[in-house]
Design a protein. Structure first.
Length: 434
């Protein structure tokens, strides 16, 4: 055992000098989630809020139709109406350059009733005006829209936007909100004309209430994301150290010197395995800590804005996560050592490790799939069993018997791979494969 520890401490000192290992093992897990949650998340939220606060330019067609509705929309502070004549002129000028725009169709849209023109003919023209940022939305008003509220017909108010553009999408949302408010007002007028009100038409409302504990509500996102990220980062955390202390030593011609030391081969294998396991487990712990703190910060920010729910993980939950991750970390470390020592060079080891990472990523995505629960059959499926087990642990619905079954099956797989790791270091055809 002294030989194993000697190799272990020697390899730990070596990998701590490697910049790539420090980045993948410490920097990425510590900075990734805070930057994602506090940095990028705040920037995105701020930009969305800023966009929604801007008055977006919209065009109302036909130009002279529904003056009362035009006045109502012009009074809305979230949008501003752009002259249809100016957009008409800009499109005609663009049609001289862009052959996909037809001047005849443009004239028909602006001179007559655009609601009578097929959507296929006008959609491209509207998109061109929106993509050029001249406007962000087009509103087609039926010529006889009942703005007074006394009509009996139900007409369509068509709104054309570019759903891939956040400003155009925001303009569409503003128009929908304005339209709903105006529609409600018209309905009230019609009902008043008949001497009744909304309650006559709506005898009851359905009030849905979420009775799940606040901790479970907040844990839904964490239950999907954390198992997936733990799998990936436990693997990547040990990937670079594994390649460096095996295939890297082959390239540097230092493996032969280590093999000549008075240390049994299985001690050498265990020492390198423990190094990779330590790197992967440290990465996993830092990732879990960073993600939990970031999640708590995000929930606290939401609570300050009035819509938040608290998030926390109990000591029992953390204990189960660590308990279940131990055999998986052992399995990953063993796989990485076996693949890396089998490679002739560092570059070849990378070509082996990348497909292995893909093999882990695909089943790990099971945590994002709704409706799939851990059952006895799935307890035997590597990675899938652990992701579902961790998901249920975080949600507080896990069954201890199934958790122990997952731990047991993963331990069996890990023990087998650890045995393979010790045996492969006995094969000189592998060790001296250059």
């Amino acid at each position: 055992m002294n030989g194993t520890l000697t190799v272990f401490f020697k390899e730990i000192k070596d990998i701590l000098r490697d910049r790539r290992t420090i980045i993948s093992m410490v920097i990425v897990p510590l900075l990734f989630y805070p930057l994602l949650t506090m940095g990028l998340g705040s920037v995105i939220a701020s930009q969305i809020e800023k966009t929604r606060a801007e008055r977006q330019p919209v065009m109302l067609l036909p130009a002279g139709a529904a003056p009362s509705m035009r006045a109502s929309l012009a009074a809305d502070t979230s949008v501003r109406i752009v002259s249809a004549d100016s957009i008409h002129a800009l499109l005609l000028a663009e049609a001289r350059i862009d052959t996909t725009l037809k001047s005849e169709t443009i004239d028909r849209i602006f001179a007559g009733d655009p609601t009578r023109i097929p959507r296929e003919e006008k959609a491209h023209i509207y998109y061109k005006a929106i993509s050029k940022k001249w406007i962000q939305a087009v509103v087609e008003v039926p010529p006889d829209v009942p703005v007074s509220g006394t009509g009996n017909d139900s007409l369509v108010l068509a709104v054309f936007i570019d759903g891939a553009d956040i400003k155009s999408d925001a303009a569409g949302d503003h128009i929908k909100e304005w339209g709903r408010a105006l529609n409600d007002s018209l309905i009230e007028r019609r009902l008043a004309a008949f001497g009744t009100n909304r309650r006559t038409l709506q005898p009851f409302w359905v009030a849905s209430q979420d009775v799940a504990p606040k901790s479970k509500q907040a844990g839904r996102f964490m239950a999907m994301m954390l198992p997936y990220m733990l799998m990936i980062l436990t693997m990547t955390g040990g990937m670079y150290p594994a390649m460096d202390i095996t295939a890297g030593e082959k390239e540097r011609n230092t493996l032969e010197t280590l093999l000549a030391a008075p240390v049994a081969r299985w001690h050498l294998a265990l020492g390198k395995f423990l190094t990779v396991l330590t790197a992967g487990f440290v990465t996993m712990l830092l990732s879990m800590t960073s993600m939990t703190v970031s999640m708590k910060w995000g929930m606290a920010q939401m609570a300050e804005e009035g819509g938040g729910i608290s998030f926390s993980m109990s000591a029992a939950t953390l204990g189960w996560i660590l308990f279940l991750m131990i055999p998986m970390a052992i399995l990953f470390a063993s796989l990485l050592v076996v693949l890396s020592i089998s490679a002739r060079s560092y570059k070849e080891a990378q070509s082996y490790a990348t497909p292995l990472l893909m093999v882990v990523i695909m089943p790990a995505m099971i945590s994002f799939v709704p409706g799939i629960e851990l059952n006895w059959a799935l307890t035997f499926v590597p990675v899938v069993n652990l992701c579902l087990a961790l998901k249920e642990v975080i949600l507080g619905i896990a069954k201890p018997a199934q958790l122990f079954a997952v731990f047991g099956t993963t331990t069996l797989y890990a023990a087998f791979m650890l045995f393979v790791t010790t045996r492969i270091f006995e094969r000189e055809s592998v060790l001296f494969r250059t």
